[in-house]
Write a protein that binds this ligand. Structure first.
Ligand code: FES
Length: 109
């Protein structure tokens, strides 16, 4: 695994999500306080762009069917729903390690 610079610390505020790319993969970068998280950008349910979602209690919520994934582990915390119809995401979210060095955010892929 190699770490690749994806952003500078000042580019993302706490509570925000932003699209990044590392090794040609389209990923999501999230910040909660002073902690950073990286994961796949497509929702494991139907592939919606999770950068358009929001952060809730350390998890990312997909705006399309409200599935919720823990940003640290990628584990699904809430299944997707459409009105009263319950659905299942195919997998958990794939997450990637993040570190900060000299003001740069690096993701391991
Ligand atoms: S596409 Fe994300 S919850 Fe359905």
């Amino acid at each position: 695994m190699e770490f690749e610079k994806v952003a500078a610390e000042g580019e993302i505020a706490s509570g925000q999500l932003m699209p990044i790319e590392a090794k040609g993969l389209k990923l999501l970068l999230a910040r909660v306080g002073d902690r950073y998280y990286a994961s796949q950008r497509k929702c494991p349910h139907l592939g919606f762009n999770l950068c358009r979602g929001k952060i809730e209690d350390g998890a990312v919520v997909c705006p399309l069917h409200k599935a919720k994934f823990d940003l640290e582990t990628g584990r699904i915390e809430r299944d997707p729903r459409l009105l009263f119809i319950g659905m299942k995401a195919k997998t958990d979210l794939t997450t990637y390690p993040v570190k900060v060095e000299e003001g740069a955010i690096l993701v391991g892929v």
